[in-house]
Design a protein around this ligand. Structure first.
Ligand SMILES: [Zn+2]
Ligand SMILES: [Zn+2]
Length: 137
């Protein structure tokens, strides 16, 4: 997402863009998160006192893999953040790196299908959420 400083009117600007997660190299697969379609990014941009302020909200459909029981479940990855840049006349600000950083920020190291997921039995592999196995562990 790019902001053209000279194109920001005094009342501010709303920019909406869809970003292909494949070009972002997010590397979230190890956390069990795969983005299944484009990331919708909405930014409210305002120019004031030599600075550009951006209020950004991003949303992406995601496919999660539970880190304990390996169940797959889908959800929406949502983030909101504020950022600011120095406003040099005529400059174009490229926000992609900030968007990338914010997308991966605060994502749990492990995604869980539910907070109290019991996981798989390390002995027989039974999903302990659905059935208790006979193993003594
Ligand atoms: Zn689970
Ligand atoms: Zn077992």
């Amino acid at each position: 997402m790019k902001i053209h400083i000279n194109k920001i009117p005094p009342e501010g600007l709303e920019i909406t863009e869809e970003i292909d997660p494949r070009v972002m190299s997010l590397g979230m697969e190890s956390q069990g998160i795969a983005l299944t379609s484009s990331i919708l990014v909405k930014a409210n941009v305002l120019k004031a006192g030599g600075e550009v302020f951006a209020d950004v909200c991003l949303e992406a459909p995601a496919e999660y893999t539970c880190g304990r029981c390996l169940a797959k479940f889908s959800g929406i990855l949502k983030k909101e953040f504020k950022t600011s840049y120095e406003a040099k006349p005529g400059e174009i600000i490229d926000m992609d790196e900030d968007i990338r950083q914010e997308t991966i920020l605060d994502c749990p190291m492990k995604s869980l299908c539910k907070p109290d997921c019991k996981g798989l039995c390390p002995n027989c592999g039974q999903n302990l959420n659905t059935l208790k196995c006979e193993c003594e562990i």
